[in-house]
Design a protein around this ligand. Structure first.
Ligand SMILES: [Zn+2]
Ligand SMILES: [Zn+2]
Length: 538
């Protein structure tokens, strides 16, 4: 989850604190964050949290870190605005000390001097860190690609990186995400011809889903929409708040009179409308998923509309995304997605040639590939082998919990640090659970389990009979007959309030039933039983 600590003597600085969304097997867990136990244990030594950029996998864990130890945070203005948005959700903004830095700034924290170096990535205002320590310089690239033509014209500061390289760098940590891709990653600008083509051909609405943090992408959509005389509406909570933040910081230029209110989408001339919607990964409750099945109040897909997926398909989400696309196709929309030339989406991470460029400019004594799966880290480590003739002494492929010790004599792996993941229920700080197994066990032992069982006709989507509810270790069914009767109605209502496509989608229905029943049972009993909806296809 992209969090690391650098310690010299009694001083520690932390780089990034991310989070991830759980895999499907972590049933009922909403968020996974790093285990900050090491930092809590050394609380009095932790001086700062340094941020490279504002993606969730780098800042999402901050509320949970700050709830354990209050540490000053340093980042660019846009990154910190996204952090503030997260902290607001937990009503923690007041306690946090946020220090804005600009690329090129140098700050001193304890024995560390830190310079923020501009890099290019899929989110604007990204930086690499050059951390000068008494032993030498550590360069952390953060996430990057070398985009020669970023839409905001803010270039990757390769000069500064090269200057550090010339003076000598002790350790390089570099992004390994796209080490499997040869050549160069395309510039953000490469999508523009594709968008122009889409807008040129579209006779009705253009509906685009992309990541709300892709400011480069949004800028190009706005520009092309203006060129083709279309108004633009933003749908989805994150889409609206992130575009507002970017606009306030002057990072997103919104042409005059281009914005369209969501409530006016369906009454406007379809040929004059572009809608940008969040929910690229088919998340069941996202705006795009709801649009795809006509359950969004502002937008429905109609025959002849063009629907564009301008984002990558994160492995694991294929099923949900393709299901969403099927719903859209069934409504007669034209679909644009996948790889094509010119591209409809470009990656934010460096391919092999860019990785080599950074390695060659920095020429470190030690190298640690970061940000990737083990196979990618080891491939990236191999990629650096030509530098062995140019001063590279060693590379280390590090896994979560590994430590690297560097002193005057050299570098070696140090003792492992106990780390795990922290699973959090419903995103609340009070809901931290130690580990998923313990969580399940605790739920079962303290609050029991509840098994709502409902039969749904997989063709008509109609419910067959009344839902049954089986429970163990929760409450006495006899003493709570009234409540359980009501619980059955809750399940029935959830199904009835869903449309046919949702009803025939087992995953969506399980999630909806779980959420509604959980809310009802927690309210009634203040207990949180383990809820596992069973849907019988008949
Ligand atoms: Zn990342
Ligand atoms: Zn990133």
């Amino acid at each position: 989850m992209n969090s690391m600590a650098i310690r010299y003597g009694d001083d520690i600085v932390v780089v990034d604190a991310g989070m991830m969304f759980p895999e499907a097997e972590l049933l009922g867990v909403d968020i996974v964050t790093p285990d900050f136990a090491y930092l809590v244990e050394h609380k009095e030594k932790v001086r700062a949290l340094l941020l490279t950029h504002g993606h969730e996998d780098h800042i999402g864990g901050i509320p949970f870190l700050l709830s354990a130890l209050n540490v000053p945070i340093y980042g660019t203005a846009f990154t910190l605005a996204l952090v503030e948005r997260r902290l607001d959700e937990h009503e923690m903004t007041k306690e946090a000390t946020l220090n804005t830095v600009k690329p090129g700034d140098k700050i001193t924290i304890g024995p560390f001097q830190i310079e923020f170096i501009r890099v290019t990535h899929s989110i604007v205002s990204s930086v690499a860190l050059a951390i000068t320590t008494p032993l030498g310089v550590i360069i952390h690239t953060g996430d990057f690609k070398v985009d020669p033509t970023p839409t905001d014209n803010e270039l990757f500061d390769l000069h500064t990186l090269a200057e550090y390289g010339k003076r000598g760098v002790l350790l390089l940590l570099s992004d390994s995400t796209n080490v499997d891709r040869s050549g160069y990653t395309e510039s953000e600008r490469a999508v523009r011809p594709r968008f122009e083509d889409i807008f040129n051909r579209a006779e009705r609405r253009v509906i685009i889903t992309c990541f709300s943090s892709s400011i480069h992408r949004l800028q190009q959509i706005l520009d092309v929409a203006a060129e083709y005389g279309r108004k633009v509406a933003f749908l989805g909570r994150s889409m609206n708040s992130v575009t507002e933040i970017a606009h306030n910081f002057g990072l997103l230029h919104i042409p005059d009179n281009i914005l369209l209110r969501p409530q006016d989408i369906m009454s406007s001339l379809p040929a004059k409308v572009c809608v940008v919607v969040s929910g690229t990964q088919g998340e069941p409750m996202s705006a795009m998923s709801r649009v795809a099945v006509d359950s969004h109040k502002s937008l429905s897909v109609e025959r002849g509309d063009t629907v564009v997926l301008s984002s990558r398909i994160i492995p694991g989400n294929e099923k949900a995304i393709y299901r969403m696309m099927d719903h859209v196709a069934r409504r007669g929309a034209q679909l644009v997605y996948g790889s094509m030339n010119p591209p409809v989406h470009v990656s934010g991470h460096a391919s092999v040639e860019e990785l080599k460029l950074v390695l060659n400019l920095v020429r470190p004594r030690f190298f640690v590939p970061v940000h990737g799966e083990y196979r990618q880290l080891s491939k990236h480590a191999m990629l650096a082998s030509h530098l062995r003739h140019l001063g590279l002494e060693d590379t280390f492929v590090m896994e979560t919990g590994d430590s690297l010790e560097i002193d005057k004599k050299g570098a070696r792996k140090g003792p492992r640090i106990a780390v795990g993941r922290v699973c959090i229920d419903s995103g609340s700080l009070d809901d931290i659970v130690d580990d998923v197994v313990i969580r399940d066990r605790r739920h079962l032992s303290e609050d029991g389990f509840v098994l709502p069982i409902i039969a749904i006709n997989k063709h008509s989507g109609k419910t067959e009979g009344v839902p049954e509810i089986v429970s163990r270790g929760f409450v006495s069914m006899d003493d709570n007959a009234e409540m359980m009767k009501e619980a059955r109605q809750v399940v029935l209502r959830t199904v009835e309030n869903s449309n046919t496509e949702e009803r025939t989608d087992r995953g969506v229905m399980q999630e909806k039933i779980r959420a509604d029943l959980k809310r009802f049972l927690v309210k009634q009993t203040s207990r949180r039983p383990f809820i596992m909806p069973v849907i019988l296809d008949v």
